[in-house]
Design a protein around this ligand. Structure first.
Ligand code: MTE
Ligand code: MO
Length: 353
């Protein structure tokens, strides 16, 4: 350990930094129409510095009171197992946090991410169900907790049913390369459609238990706190459907006929439509064109032509998915103290000059 907190280069053209070990993708730096985020632009969200783990020393321990026989795998053994490759997005629960103060005037705790704690990758790895089968599940098995090997020992449990879903995997490759250090080398869990915090990086163990383990990530963090949540704090699971304009905040563009580009994504399936408001979200008369790949639980690019005279304009996209989920109007956005799961359409400010 030592040296810089992150391994990859974080040029200011590609990332907005939030503290020493968090980096938000500048969505305007992404290649339009290419859904898979290049690794050199994929956001990083760490609770501490990236650990430098050596594959020679690494082991995956599958254990706990609800397995029949504990299993220990080496890196060679893991990568020799049959793999699957899935294209899925990750998004931090705190993505969009900046909009609670900006659009609603509500103070919240945490880094002010806008839309760039979102990225899509082609993940290659071993289904968690196959790994759990190696150890054998007892009838009592109800929770699976991947445990990270970072200094924080970051860990977060998920119900067995989520762990057993066909696309919940322990990934050891990302976009065709060995998993990069900052994204969890040698192996990370990918829990599609759930908050990024579920997709534990640098996994050293899978703990299978009858009872739900209580850890910081399901008691203090990644739970809904605040006046709107008076009872036991709900533990966050699924993400929310979102859309974003891929331009700087605020943007300055030459006046005239322009094509505005953005992204939209849903944790439940494919994007069906992106409607766009040019009046701050009162009416959504325009349908954007969807561009390039449109993949379930990953997202799509969209574009809209505007004829803009000099002056200020806001462009507000609103996504609809194939199951009819959409983004709630701003007035329905419920607040929470930590600024999780901002869901409303965002009026993106553009000055045409
Ligand atoms: N896993 C470990 N071990 N430690 C962490 O700090 N951060 C989580 C998750 N997995 C984290 C972790 C959070 S909050 C998010 S949003 C995602 O990793 C970010 O994944 P990325 O950095 O590959 O984009
Ligand atoms: Mo996160």
């Amino acid at each position: 350990r030592g040296g810089p907190e992150l391994v990859k280069a974080l040029s200011p053209e590609l990332f907005i930094r939030h503290g020493a070990h968090n980096a938000e993708t500048r969505l305007e730096s992404l290649p339009v129409g290419r859904l898979v985020t290049p690794i050199d632009r994929f956001y990083v969200r760490n609770h501490g510095p990236t650990p430098r783990l050596s594959p020679a020393d690494w082991r995956l321990e599958i254990h706990g009171d609800a397995v029949e026989r504990p299993v220990s795998l080496t890196y060679e053994e893991l990568v020799a197992l049959p793999t699957m490759t899935i294209t899925r997005y990750l998004e931090c629960a705190g993505n969009g946090r900046a909009y609670f103060p900006d659009l609603l005037g509500l103070p919240v705790d945490g880094d002010p991410w806008r839309d760039g704690a979102y990225g899509v990758a082609e993940w290659t790895g071993v289904p968690l169900s196959s790994l759990l089968a190696l150890a054998g599940l007892r009838d009592s098995a109800a929770w699976v907790m991947p445990v990270g090997l970072d200094a924080e020992g970051y860990a977060r449990p998920m119900p067995l049913a989520k762990a057993m879903m066909a696309d919940t995997i322990l990934a050891h490759r990302m976009n065709g390369e060995a998993l990069p250090m900052d994204h969890g080398f040698p192996a990370r869990v990918v829990v599609p459609g759930w908050i990024g915090a579920a997709s534990v990086k640098w996994v050293g163990a899978l703990e299978v238990t009858a009872q739900q383990p209580a850890v910081a990530a399901n008691t203090e963090d990644y739970v809904m706190l605040g006046a709107d949540y008076p009872g036991p704090p709900p533990v966050l699971t699924a993400l929310v459907i979102k859309s974003a304009v891929c331009l700087p905040w605020p943007a300055v563009l030459p006046a005239g006929r322009r094509t505005i580009h953005g992204l939209a994504w849903s944790p439940f399936g494919k994007i069906a439509r992106v409607d766009v408001s040019l009046d701050g979200g009162r009416t959504y008369p325009r349908a954007a064109r969807l561009v390039g790949d449109n993949l379930p639980v990953a997202g799509t690019w969209w574009e809209l032509d505007v004829e803009a005279p000099p002056g200020d304009l806001t462009v507000t996209p609103r996504a609809v998915d194939e199951h009819g989920h959409t983004q709630p109007p701003l007035v329905q956005q419920r607040p929470n103290d930590k600024g999780y799961l901002f869901a409303a359409p965002v009026p993106h400010p553009i000055r045409f000059v």
